[in-house]
Structures are given as structure tokens and as C-alpha cells.
Design a binder for this molecule. Structure first.
Ligand code: NAP
Length: 341
């Protein structure tokens, strides 16, 4: 039996943006449905201490923070579906939109996209096969498994420096492997990393392959290629950490909303509106600049307000003239309709 109810708001994806959008739309009595994904909670689920989220002077664990976000949204009536959205369809004008979870369609008048971003892969041989068996994308999560081991950190940005400094507290050695001789990382982060004794540097090299040991259980060697001469070399590495940036999880809306050349969803002006009426986007899916939990949460709040205003301004049943006039009056009194473009 196909579902017949039409939601006011469906939020696709979780993390600080999605859960904040849920909190605000729930408090606006819109009973949001969050299709939060199997791996709910976003990238903060993979971090330990979050020290820069305001309101927690002693810091808080990433997973605990995300549980708090979720609990707070639930308290006001948010419903959750811990599954991945598999397809999204834009409704014809005046009709609801549809978010599919496998064969199950969920209809909604507004959709807030907050699928976030994922760690970028480098596409080296063995990267996928050895993920979780030596290859990792999160030193904060996995560094402790590499006590006294030889490791590599791939990347030349601030993330690579930050992660290398953290990893160096556990590993015997961290070799930063970067494809260029110049680094994208800020001067201060580079200086901090250069001051760490057990961090070594190898440029200009890219990783050609991650190779398992003879028992084939886990990573043993990284095969590197000099990006200028093409020469190959191998270094021992029981752990390899990849910190080469992030990519937005926008595949499901490709062709529906505007994406920039890196796949980030484009929104209109200072709002969270996409070019599709009733579709809003927030968090790391949109933002490649700030990418903080606090900025993602703030944009989730903006998306909730934009969705709320959209629903108010686009009622399902045509408003009788008398009520429309009253609405104009209320608008004049309250002084806003929707966020400025
Ligand atoms: P990023 O600044 O974009 O740096 C990505 C690095 O990975 C670059 O050095 C890039 O090399 C390299 N790279 C990209 N694709 C690669 C590939 N396929 N193979 C090998 N190398 C590849 O990303 P990020 O370091 O994640 O930082 C993102 C933003 O967060 C930045 O604005 C950063 O300042 C900020 N951030 C700040 C802090 C902090 O201040 N504590 C910590 C972390 C992040 P090329 O340089 O050759 O392109």
C-alpha cells in the first residue's frame, strides 16, 4: 500500500545542519521527518574531542554531541528514518516532491538537503581493499591503533598537518607524502608540524599503491611515485592516513538542483533556497569554505526558517481574499516574509 500522507518537511541527511533544521521545523509544529542515513550524525561521529563548539567549555565527544543534537530535535516531535534516501523527484508545480527510500516513496512539500560531505579518496591501488586494515581517513579516530608503527599521511593542507601532529603522538614515525613541493597548509600549521620530531617529509610524491604484507592481513608498504620524474619507491607503512579534502554527497540531487564544479549545491544569495521551489540546502553540502559544526548548524537553522516561510507563502489551499488581506497585515506588522536574496 503506497504511503498517502504528505509531509510538510523532509530533511535528507543528518549532522549538525540536518538536526538543527529538524529542531527548528519541529518547534514550528511542522513535524519534520529526517531521513538520516544508516551512518547518521555526519563526520562528527568520527571525531573524539570537539573543543570549539560553543556551550561546552570542557569540550564534548563528537558522537555525544550528535546524540544531543538528535535528542533535542526528537523532543519536539521530529521523526527519524535511519535509512539512506535513494532517489529524489521534484514534483510538478503545486504537487509535492518525493524522496524515495528504496521502493518506498515519501512525499513532502519542502525538502531540506543536508547530506554533508565525505572524505575524498585518492584512487590508489589497494586503497579500498585496505580501508579499515591500515588505510584510514580519520587520524582522530584511528591513530591509537598505530602506536609505535610507521605511518604515512597523504595531503598538504591544514587537515593533513593537524592530523599528522595528532598521529605523531602515537606512531613511531609519520611521513607526510605530498604531491607538490609547496604546501597548501597555512604557515602556522606547517610550522607546528615541522617542529614535531617524528614527522618526516616526502615531496613531490603521490601514492601509487597500498600493498598488504605477505600474510595479506593489513597494510605493510606504500608504493610512491615521484610526480616530477615518475620514479617509483616503496616505504614501509603499517598505517596510511588520507587527508586530501572532502567531497559533497550531492550525487542524489545531480541534475535536480544547481551544483558547482566541485559538486557543492548552489543556493540563492544569502538564503538556503535552491533553484527548485521548495528545496533548500544547508551544511557541508553547500559550504566548502567554513565547514565547521557551528556554521553547519547555523545554516540548518536558516534552511528551517526558509522552509517555514516557503510553506507559509505557498499554502496548499488558495487563501480566501479576506485571509490574504489579514496575512498582508500580519506581514506588515511582523516586517518579514523570507530571507533577502
Ligand atoms: P585542502 O586545503 O583542500 O587541502 C587538500 C590537500 O590535499 C592539498 O594539499 C591537495 O594538494 C591534496 N590533494 C587533493 N587531492 C589529492 C589527490 N587526489 N591526491 C593527492 N593529494 C591530493 O583541504 P583540507 O586540508 O581538508 O582543508 C580544508 C579547509 O579546512 C581549509 O580551508 C583549511 O584551512 C581548513 N582547516 C583548518 C584547520 C585548522 O586551522 N586547524 C584544520 C583543518 C582544516 P594540492 O595542494 O596539490 O592541490
Amino acid at each position: 500500500m503506497p504511503r498517502t500522507e504528505i509531509e510538510q518537511v523532509i530533511i535528507v541527511g543528518s549532522g549538525p545542519a540536518g538536526y538543527t533544521a529538524a529542531l527548528y521545523t519541529a518547534r514550528a509544529n511542522l513535524a519534520p521527518l529526517v531521513i538520516e542515513g544508516f551512518m547518521w550524525g555526519g563526520l562528527l561521529q568520527q571525531t573524539t574531542d570537539v573543543e570549539n563548539f560553543p556551550g561546552f567549555p570542557k569540550g564534548i565527544d563528537g558522537p555525544e554531541l550528535m546524540q544531543n543534537f538528535r535528542d533535542q530535535a526528537e523532543r519536539f516531535g521530529t521523526r527519524f528514518l535511519t535509512e539512506d534516501a535513494t532517489r529524489i523527484e521534484v514534483g510538478t508545480p503545486g504537487e509535492p516532491h518525493t524522496v524515495w527510500v528504496e521502493d518506498e516513496p515519501y512525499k513532502a512539500r519542502t525538502v531540506i538537503l543536508s547530506m554533508g560531505a565525505q572524505h575524498k579518496k585518492i584512487g590508489a591501488e589497494g586503497e579500498e581493499e585496505l580501508a579499515g586494515r591500515g588505510v584510514s581517513y580519520c587520524a582522530t579516530c584511528d591513530a591509537a591503533f598505530f602506536r609505535e608503527r610507521e605511518t604515512v599521511m597523504v595531503g598538504g593542507g591544514d587537515s593533513a598537518m593537524e592530523e599528522a601532529i595528532f598521529l605523531a603522538k602515537f606512531a613511531a614515525k609519520v611521513t607526510i607524502v605530498h604531491r607538490r613541493a609547496e604546501f597548501r597548509a597555512s604557515k602556522i600549521m606547517l610550522e607546528r608540524a615541522r617542529a614535531v620530531e617524528n614527522i618526516e617529509w616526502l615531496t613531490p610524491y603521490s601514492v601509487d599503491a597500498f600493498l598488504p604484507g605477505s600474510d595479506s592481513r593489513g597494510l605493510a608498504t606504500a608504493r610512491l611515485r615521484n610526480t616530477e620524474t615518475g620514479e617509483l619507491c616503496e616505504i614501509p607503512a603499517q598505517g596510511a592516513f588520507i587527508a586530501v579534502g572532502h567531497e559533497p554527497q550531492s550525487a542524489i540531487v545531480r541534475g535536480l538542483v544547481d551544483l558547482d564544479e566541485n559538486g557543492y549545491v548552489q543556493t540563492q544569495g544569502r538564503s538556503t533556497r535552491t533553484r527548485v521551489p521548495g528545496f533548500f540546502a544547508a551544511g557541508d553540502l553547500v559550504d566548502h569554505t567554513y565547514r565547521q559544526a557551528i556554521t553547519a548548524a547555523a545554516s540548518g537553522c536558516q534552511a528551517a526558517l526558509d522552509a517555514e516561510w516557503y510553506l507559509r507563502d505557498n499554502p496548499l489551499v488558495p487563501t480566501p481574499p479576506a485571509l490574504a488581506e489579514a496575512g498582508d497585515l500580519a506581514e506588515a506588522q511582523w516586517g518579514h516574509t523570507s530571507a533577502p536574496a
